[in-house]
Design a protein around this ligand. Structure first.
Ligand code: NAD
Ligand code: UGA
Length: 459
């Protein structure tokens, strides 16, 4: 089977490499020459553990290539749209990239063969219909005859993308078109059976907890589009809930880690996504909750639970700043070291990260900031050009003369910093660990004042 994937970003490059690994012939199409060049050179265009090696192998076997041109759409059995859908200022999803991709696909379709066009991007309900209309206009072909548009939302997490794509819980397919359903079933068959993985075991990370085979779930387009938003919003609500509980635990004197562990033992609730943080962020939850909220308002059925989670999340960012301010009395003239600029570890993605909100507040309140991230500094810098930050090449450096070190992202390398030596570099040895990631370290013994979230203070 021939596959074209439009977009070589966090979703497109992983999707392309994964289909190639299942034996499909894949062309990833991207307007960005740099991303195309990287893939053709056997490298990943983004930082994602394991992806470099997988892309190198698939390019080497002649199963994966990249192009700026849409020519390969002509021979494709399925064309996946995986372009960005960023937020507009009013919170709704901006579909300009999806529309442009649909137009280019329309101009490149082969009228003599049936092609399934698949929305893998996260798109508002009704977008499959919109994409079909644009393709009809461009190609002069009729939907349902030479082509059909299906929804196949992506559920991968950055940092675990390969594991999530090869060992998913579910594959959701939204289309009522029988031929589109047949093509997609065939395409996903090896992934469902996991038959073709044996030769690739060294390239595919095994799941931390092997689960059952994925559920292949077929529905209509709109329901599939809805499933994606409702899933992300549900997870955001879950995190906001435990984050608020952390604040209550702090006030009451309970330990939120134990509370979350105990609550998560109920199989109806589950222990995942109950890790306390300075708030969820990144390129997906903020934009997807915003779009779902505006859609719910547009249809007169506001999702007030999601609105509460969004508000609560913003207040969680503020709460972290408030904790530092409370400890240092004032932030004017104080030096704060920040560890972590990405929204989570194992990614270079610094889009809409909590660090930008928290650092923005710290600077506004008169502090100076030194920051470090193992992978995300370049993107963070380019997205926040006006923030006056001293960027550090090593984690330890953020502590130089600092009144507080604020750990925002739980990168493994922060667990193995020489914290004893770091103590000597600080003016005030205060650490706020917003992930409770380093709570087991002997902070008191090292002469620190350590605070986590919802777990009390170790002086
Ligand atoms: P991204 O910004 O990393 O990548 C998008 C790519 O599309 C870019 O390289 C861009 O140059 C390219 N592009 C844009 N318009 C194009 C066009 N007309 N023709 C060819 N190339 C074009 O985006 P992403 O993070 O991969 O997200 C893509 C979609 O997938 C979004 O809707 C997102 O919500 C969704 N999603 C993302 C994740 C994730 O973890 N990032 C997970 C699940 C779903
Ligand atoms: C999320 C979803 O988990 C994916 O299923 C989805 O495909 C993706 O969004 C998307 O639509 O793009 P991702 O944004 O990569 O994936 O990262 P998550 O692991 O979900 O984390 C999101 C945010 O929540 C991060 O800021 C993370 O630190 C935070 N988080 C996560 C917590 O604060 N606590 C938790 O327990 C889990």
């Amino acid at each position: 089977m021939n596959i074209a994937v439009i977009g070589a970003g966090y979703v497109g490059s992983v999707t392309g490499a994964a289909f190639a690994a299942l034996g499909r012939r894949v062309t990833v199409i991207d307007s960005d020459a740099g991303r195309v060049e990287r893939i053709n050179g056997g490298q990943s265009p983004i930082y994602e553990p394991g992806l470099d090696a997988l892309i190198a192998s698939m390019v080497g076997r002649g199963l994966l290539s990249a192009s700026q041109r849409y020519d390969s759409v002509f021979d494709a059995d399925a064309v996946f749209i995986a372009v960005g859908t960023p937020s507009r200022p009013d919170g709704t999803a901006d579909l300009k990239y999806v529309k442009a991709a649909a137009d280019s696909i329309g101009a490149s379709l082969n009228p003599e063969r049936f092609t399934v066009v698949v929305d893998k991007s996260t798109v508002p309900v009704g977008t499959a219909g919109l994409v079909a209309s644009r393709i009809e206009q461009r190609s002069g072909l009729k939907r349902g005859e030479a082509f059909a548009v299906a929804s196949n939302p992506e559920f991968l997490r950055e940092g675990y993308a390969l594991e999530d794509v090869f060992f998913p819980d579910r594959i959701v397919i939204g289309t009522d078109h029988p031929e589109a359903r047949r093509v997609l079933r065939m395409l996903y068959r090896p992934l469902l059976a996991r038959t073709d993985y044996s030769g690739l075991a060294h390239l595919i990370p095994q799941p931390s907890a092997p689960g059952p085979e994925p559920v292949y779930f077929e529905t209509d387009e709109k329901s599939a589009e809805m499933i994606k938003y409702v899933s992300n919003a549900f997870l955001a609500v879950k995190i906001s809930y435990i984050n608020e509980v952390a604040r209550l635990c702090e006030a009451i004197g309970a330990d939120v880690t134990d509370v979350a562990a105990g609550v998560g033992l109920d199989s109806r609730i589950g222990g995942k996504f109950l890790q306390v943080s300075s708030g969820w962020s990144g390129s997906c939850f903020p934009k997807d909750t915003a779009e779902l909220l505006s859609a719910s308002r547009k249809y007169g059925s506001e999702l007030t639970v999601v609105k509460a989670a969004v508000d609560s999340n913003r207040s969680m960012h503020d709460y972290c700043v408030e904790k530092v301010r409370r400890r240092l009395k004032t932030l004017i003239g104080k030096r704060i070291g920040v560890l972590g600029l990405t929204f989570k570890p194992n990614t270079d993605d610094a889009r809409q990260t909590q660090a930008s909100v928290i650092i923005g507040s710290l600077l506004e309140l008169g502090a100076t900031v030194a920051a470090h991230d193992p992978q995300g500094t370049a993107m963070f810098k380019s997205l926040n050009p006006d923030m006056e930050i001293r960027y550090c090449g090593a984690g330890e450096e953020v502590a130089d003369g600092a009144d507080a070190v604020l750990l925002l992202t739980h990168w493994d390398e922060y667990a193995v910093l020489d914290w004893k030596a770091v103590r000597v570099r600080m003016r005030t040895p205060y650490v706020l660990d917003t992930r409770n990631f380093l709570r087991k370290s002997p902070w008191g013994e090292w002469g620190y004042e350590y605070e986590g979230m919802g777990i009390g203070t170790d002086r």
